[in-house]
Design a protein around this ligand. Structure first.
Ligand code: HSE
Length: 336
């Protein structure tokens, strides 16, 4: 069966001497930003995700004379990511893309600037991979639908955590809210969302590798839990279409994954109680954690929630980073 990926509008290229092909030379270097993402959105394990405005990662890519890919610099990773292009998710996914267009002859140098924590549950590897893929597609003057990059980005996820899920890479690539209706064949649907929905994100600085957070999930579930879960997913998607924030809030309940993964997050339930008391619409784990997020109806409530939760984490001796954002509908963008 054919993959069915809805046609997406490519994000605008900012003016930077990048011109279309023919006899005109295209740019030989580019800088791209790609956003962090919140996967699962509480009830939609592996099938729902959305992009935020910040944080995100930056990739600078240059065409060189020597065939093959090199990674000359990685910043912001505390030395945790490999410079070896055969082991880095950005270069590996870019290489898959180059193979698909028969351009493995070209030389590329990549700089990766991590502007977000690794292993945070905010789609760190996805942001890097999508920035790299969007950069090479633009450098190659490839005007085809960005959706064709998705399978290459999923290869990067597979390498990063052992499973090629798309609920981070798809929203990082397309922006907005995305549903992975099916993985085989791949069927991705972009969803609307109500205007003015804010997302408060708190990253407690504890280590929760996605690979391990996936291993602890039960692989058999009870029918009664499945019924609850698919009711909630349908309710959340309906709420997004109907712009019904109350319906969105009461649908964001997870009886399958959160009860297990919440154990990896310090004071998950007290934090949820605090956020809900402060006026959150909903609260849950971002991706595989340890980041948590709340939806709110306004920026003030989101700001209050991150302040109070950060204070709570400080009181129990846990450092944290916080972000407040609307939903990012643009996805990756050229920044230089
Ligand atoms: N859906 C994936 C998971 C997202 O929950 O494992 C990982 O960020």
């Amino acid at each position: 069966m054919e993959n069915n990926i809805q046609e997406f509008k490519p994000p605008l290229k900012e003016e930077k001497g990048i011109t279309n092909s023919g006899n005109v030379k295209v740019a030989d270097s580019i800088a791209v930003f790609a956003p962090a993402t919140v996967a699962n959105v509480v009830c939609g394990f592996d099938v729902l995700g959305f992009a935020v405005n910040e944080p995100g990662d930056e990739v600078i890519m240059r065409i060189t004379n020597k065939p093959g890919i090199t990674i000359s610099k990685i910043t912001g990773d505390d030395g945790r990511l490999p410079l070896n292009p055969a082991k880095n998710t950005v270069s590996v996914s870019v290489q898959h893309y180059l193979q698909s267009i028969n351009r493995t002859d070209i030389g590329l140098d990549i700089e990766l600037h991590k502007k977000m924590p690794i292993g945070s549950g905010l789609g760190s590897s996805s942001a890097s991979t999508v920035a790299g893929l969007f950069a090479i597609k633009t450098l190659m003057d490839d005007n085809s639908d960005p959706a064709k990059l998705l399978p290459f980005a999923m290869k990067g996820e597979e390498m990063a955590c052992g499973h090629g899920h798309a609920d981070n890479v798809a929203p990082a690539l397309f922006g907005g809210f995305v549903l992975i209706r099916s993985y085989s064949p791949l069927d991705v649907v972009r969803l609307p969302h109500p205007p003015g929905l804010y997302c408060a994100i708190i990253f407690p600085d504890v280590d929760v590798p996605t690979r391990e957070a996936r291993q602890i999930i039960r692989n058999k579930i009870l029918m009664k839990d499945a019924v609850t879960q698919w009711g909630n997913i349908a309710g959340l998607v309906s709420g997004l279409f109907m712009q019904d924030i109350d319906l969105i809030g009461r649908s964001m309940q997870d009886v399958l994954v959160e009860p297990v993964r919440s154990m990896l997050i310090p004071d998950f339930y007290p934090m949820r109680e605090m956020a809900m008391e402060l006026g959150a619409v909903s609260f849950g784990i971002s991706g595989s954690g340890p980041s948590v997020f709340a939806f709110t109806r306004d920026e003030e409530t989101a700001t209050l929630i991150i302040q109070k939760l950060q204070q709570h984490l400080t009181n129990i001796n846990i450092n944290s980073k916080t972000y407040v954002s609307t939903i990012n509908d643009a996805g990756p963008r050229v920044i230089g």
